[in-house]
Write a protein that binds this ligand. Structure first.
Ligand code: NAD
Length: 356
């Protein structure tokens, strides 16, 4: 049986654009039929990879065989490219961060709605297995109610590339990795943020942040630490979570980790004091071997559909988007608050858009 696939043109054939071409290659519903990049050298790479390169964006928009524009350019041009795409009657998949401000995103959504086209943002890290494992633990109460969630990505390579160093292109780590981690925490914890405090790092002397830390308090009692660092030669674990019955850690994307829970059957014995530095402590003495059980991480809860399958179903009117624009708006609003708290040093309340 042959089914017609939706024709996708990738705009911005750099690192992520070319990765998208690989991701879509085996998709049953979408097919990359061409690319457009402002750099001639990238156009050549596209042709070598087997994808015809359009000479101008106008030519892409005027091609009636194109159904979908996938935007994978630097962040500052997403909005303009998307507005033109909607005017030309195309659907849009847009890389994250979808744009640089709440107002810009509202303009994009209004333009998509007016044209009756779909705008879906590639928040692909909702599909990451490390995240889905924590989400499973949160939903299933594997170690009791999670009340503290620490989510970090740490590297030691500084800010990568060229445009990511520049404010005018929407550079900096909050708009880069930050948008993923903040999207994940809001996708998992269904509660209003009641307070936020953040710090941005400018250790490397760039005009944009080379990392940040945000502390979020949710109305349901969960507190979260979200941290991105590019100056960490010793990384902290990807996830560290505390629940009412135990503690969990995921070290890395290979899902190395464990959970340690209270052994309900063990007879409670007073810990014996240990030597700690120049003093003695009972409080910080390890539990006896019988007091805890060390176990494996649970199997992650998996989204039933891939990002691209879901997108295809949405444009065919068969499904709701997994990444909803209201959720993307809430994350952008949070990002603006993280910038503001970082700049002023103040703790912010009453800013969250909840429910999204
Ligand atoms: P990149 O610099 O490798 O590629 C960007 C490409 O866009 C370049 O080839 C550049 O010539 C081209 N370009 C610039 N302006 C253009 C325009 N007006 N029209 C057409 N082409 C244009 O950058 P990248 O790392 O591929 O990042 C691109 C986007 O993808 C960013 O928004 C980034 O945040 C996002 N991204 C997402 C993920 C993810 O996992 N979701 C990962 C990496 C990057």
């Amino acid at each position: 049986m042959t089914t017609t696939k939706h024709a996708v043109v990738i705009v911005g054939y750099g690192g992520m654009g070319s990765y998208h071409a690989k991701l879509i290659k085996d998709n049953d519903h979408l097919e990359v039929t061409g690319t457009y990049d402002i750099l001639e050298e990238r156009q050549k790479v596209s042709v070598q990879d087997g994808y015809p390169a359009y000479e101008s964006y106008e030519a892409v928009l005027n091609d009636s065989s194109v159904d979908v524009i996938l935007i994978a350019t630097p962040n500052d041009v997403h909005k303009d490219l998307a507005l033109q795409a909607f005017k030309a009657g195309k659907h849009v998949i847009c890389e994250k961060p979808v744009t640089l401000s709440v107002q810009d995103f509202k303009d994009m959504v209004a333009s998509a709605d007016e044209a009756g086209r779909v705008l879906m943002v590639h928040q692909n890290r909702r599909w990451d297995e490390d995240f889905l494992t924590i989400k499973q633990m949160y939903n299933e109460r594997t170690i009791g109610d999670l009340f503290r969630i620490e989510s970090r990505v740490h590297g030691a390579n500084g800010i990568p590339g060229d445009w990511r160093h520049m404010e005018k292109h929407g550079g900096g780590m909050l708009l880069d990795w930050g948008v993923h981690l903040l999207d994940q925490i809001l996708y998992m914890v269904d509660s209003r943020i009641t307070s936020l405090n953040s710090r941005l790092s400018f250790i490397l002397g760039d005009e944009v942040d080379d990392g940040f830390e945000a502390v979020l308090q949710f109305e349901n009692g969960v507190s979260a630490v979200i941290e991105v660092g590019t100056t960490n030669f010793i990384p902290l674990p990807r996830w560290y979570v505390k629940g009412t019955e135990g503690t969990g850690v995921i070290e890395d994307w290979a899902l190395n980790g464990r959970i340690v829970t209270r052994n309900q059957d063990a007879v409670k014995i007073e810990p014996t004091p240990i030597q700690a530095g120049v003093g003695l402590t009972k409080t910080m003495a390890p539990p006896s071997e019988e007091a805890t059980i060390t176990g494996a991480l649970p199997e992650p809860f998996r989204n039933p559909s891939s990002f691209f399958d879901n997108f295809a179903a949405v444009i065919e009117g068969k499904s709701e988007p997994i990444v909803k624009n209201e959720e993307v708006l809430r994350v952008l609003n949070l990002i603006e608050a993280v910038f503001e708290s970082g700049r002023t040093g103040e703790t912010l309340k009453d800013f969250d858009i909840y429910p999204a």
